[in-house]
Design a protein around this ligand. Sequence first.
Ligand code: 13P
Ligand code: SF4
Length: 331
Amino acid sequence: MQLTPEEVKDRLKNKGYLGLEVPKGLDLVTEIKRLKKEKNAVLLAHYYQEGAIQELADYLGDSLYLAQAAEKVDAQIIVFAGVHFMAETAKIVNPNKKVLLPDLKAGCSLADSCPPTDFKKFVDQYPGAHVVTYINCSAEIKALSTIVCTSSNAKRVIDSIPEGETIIFAPDKNLGKYLIKETGRDMILWDGSCIVHEAFSFERIVALAKTYPNAKFIAHPESESQVLEIADYIGSTSGLLTYVQENSATEFIVATEAGILYEMEKRCPEKTFIPAPVEDETCACSECAFMKLNTLEKLYLCLEYENPEITLSKALVEKAKLPITRMLELG
Ligand code: 13P
Ligand code: SF4
């Protein structure tokens, strides 16, 4: 079906993706593989994507690995199966590529908790401060930053700032509090958070741990302090994966987005992984609704029609690139 540029614009604005019908009985996996090859496209996917998408990925990893991979991509098209700030980061580090995101509405509650105008006013209150931003933020916030970090390298990034300097950390207050403890550095925190990681219930985790006395409890640092205090291990998604592979325990209670369990079970089929319970017993809150907006159908459509595409002004790319490059140079 042919769409006029106005129709494309309208559909993307209303739906976030083209919303065209996928022919019945189409083998989406075969079609996606064919389109990737024909169009010289690579698929980058985060561990929170559904298993079928993870299986199709050319690069699968955490935020840091995906940013590093995006910078090196040689292919003409990057399809990002993740959320908006991740695809935006790929565009910033490799601006000459066409970067596609299967659904433009795949946002992030943490990135949304930091609006650029408010953040600029906040930063202006502390002249001379180093602004360290977690990669889960918009390009506009990155453009206001000294250096970006991910949960894999945040400690190293903060340690790179000379002692005695003022540091603002944004947007995640939970990760910020954890890093203050880990680095011993006093930081001014922006009051943002992730709805998925704040949904975990401390009481229900404690109760569950009693029924699995040999299980290790592991958590992503976006979780609340109370939850992190009882964790046997705290780390990024790739850190959590390495831990479950290397630790001799056979049972793990996992406090992060439930998509990670797919790769954990794949790497350690003999071990048991239990998603940490959330406050609301009737809700699958440990699933990131934004991440799960990407589907095989949308992935197929986006490759076929090369839309939705991430577009950013040259000026914004230039400003947002510097703090990301500083992070990537630290390794
Ligand atoms: P990682 O960098 O640990 O993969 O985290 C991404 C994320 O969005 C956590 O919610
Ligand atoms: Fe954002 Fe939280 Fe989803 Fe990660 S899990 S993408 S921080 S909303």
